[in-house]
Write a protein that binds this ligand. Sequence first.
Ligand SMILES: Cc1ncc(COP(=O)(O)O)c(C=O)c1O
Length: 363
Amino acid sequence: MLKPKPSIDTIQPYQGGKPIEEVQRELGITDIIKLASNENPLGPSPLAVQAIAESATQVHLYPDGNAYYLKSDLAQHLGISPESLILGNGSNDVLQLVAEAYLAPDDEVIYAAGAFVVYSLVTKLCSATAVVVPMVNDTHDLPAMAAAITDKTKVIFIANPNNPTGTMVTAEETAAFMEQVPDDVLVVFDEAYYEYVARSDYPQTLSYVLEGRNFIITRTFSKIYGLAGLRIGYGIAPPPLVETLNRVRQPFNCSLVGQAAARAALKDTAHVKESQKSNATGKAFLYKAFDSMGLRYVETEGNFIMLHVDQSGSDVADALLRKGVIVRPIAGYGYPDAVRVTIGTQQENERFIEALKVIKKRN
Ligand SMILES: Cc1ncc(COP(=O)(O)O)c(C=O)c1O
């Protein structure tokens, strides 16, 4: 067989949360709940479901490769021009476009240890060199990341909030960091969980895009908008940067159904509010349950919690799986004694806690 380029050998295939059907097949269990991929437990907006049904009769046609209407709606929603938007097949696609457009072998990419895994994947894909900076208190250490910049640095990835830790950097920390980043380094702020963040010191990074900095924000319809299965994400960046990424983008990277659903989801502010409320309630419930069990967790700004289980996280995830609850072990992120659990509906959260209590008693 033809051997791939050397950097491909260093890539471990991405391990997502186990699909419900796979657990059913492998363990013969029914009545499974999945709290492993930070999806919206309330499901998609009913308006999006209607738009999906309506667009079904049109799928013999290619989508609008430029996504005119979705970009117009998003531009209006964000108060920016459509030329500042690049759409992706999920925001992961936009992260990969950034890497493909800007990274050559030997270029350096800075990201945090314990940051979202796709930064490492796309860096390796392009045979670039990863400069991995340790976190402090499970949070991106922006001063250390700024100090890691060299003449070879091309891209810096920051997940805010970060997956799997759920932590965020503040507006003040971001401003101090941006002062130190040279103009020829591209900063990527991955804001996949933007709509869940309630803290007032969260950075409103759009200002860096509007200033024309070398800056791209990535966001997604996969999380609060409940459309993970349709794969629609986007980047917000100065128009020249968008123009570069558009050269790399596959012409029809966002499906016709996905575009229609995303437009409808964007309009359904009631669904977004309901999802925020459900997340806040679920978070409070889980914190209380963890406190009463004496388990440590990291306070989250997203729709998931990193929970220390004081034993192998993989063992606990396996035991939960056998009880029909799928969570994510995160040893691969450097947290062997933790799991990441998505905040579910009240019923799902209760079921998870009941199962966890039984497992922890056994140990
Ligand atoms: C921090 C972060 N960024 C990006 C993504 C990618 O999401 P999508 O490609 O579905 O937009 C995820 C998904 O879990 C994430 O956690």
